[in-house]
Design a protein around this ligand. Structure first.
Ligand SMILES: [Zn+2]
Length: 156
């Protein structure tokens, strides 16, 4: 997006100016139904920017709501053993090694393996286990490896 003053440039062309001085704007969209370049009035451009900002804010809010709902749901997870009908005990985080057949063929068994962080719950009576994908592996990868969120501890 480029702010313009129409007819102010050389040979009556539009001149690129700051937003404050602009009376029009060139909007370039890539992809989508309005893909391409178009020049619109200042009022339309301001509306366009406002729409974009609202769209971004809405999306951010929706994302935060979804994350919070997921965290709340997980906080209440206290798995029960279906065989013994007792609460499973939290047994810590383990790295689960997964492989895939295509990778095995291409790189050999050792290199086709990847680690998946899982939260392990064990039944104290029969020893059956339940695995949950660690929240860390679906969130920020920059977090400390050994940090266990307090919510998980409480659920244990
Ligand atoms: Zn059991």
């Amino acid at each position: 997006m480029e702010w313009l003053q129409q007819g102010a440039g050389a040979f009556g062309r539009d001149k690129a100016v700051t937003r404050a001085a602009a009376d029009a704007a060139k909007i370039v969209e890539i992809g989508g139904s309005r893909s391409g370049s178009r020049t619109v009035s200042r009022v339309e451009a301001d509306q366009y920017v406002a729409d974009l900002e609202r769209f971004i804010a809405d999306r951010k809010e929706a994302l935060q709501t979804a994350q919070q709902q997921r965290a709340e749901a997980l906080a209440h997870v206290v798995p029960t053993c279906p065989h013994c009908n007792v609460t499973r005990r939290y047994a810590g985080r383990r790295m689960l090694q997964t492989g895939n057949k295509v990778g095995e063929v291409l790189f050999g068994e050792m290199l086709a393996v990847s680690n998946v962080a899982t939260e392990v719950y064990v039944c104290p009576t029969c020893g059956s286990m339940e695995l949950f994908l660690s929240r860390r592996s679906t969130r920020c990868p920059g977090r400390r490896r050994d940090s266990v969120s307090p919510r998980w501890r409480r659920a244990a």
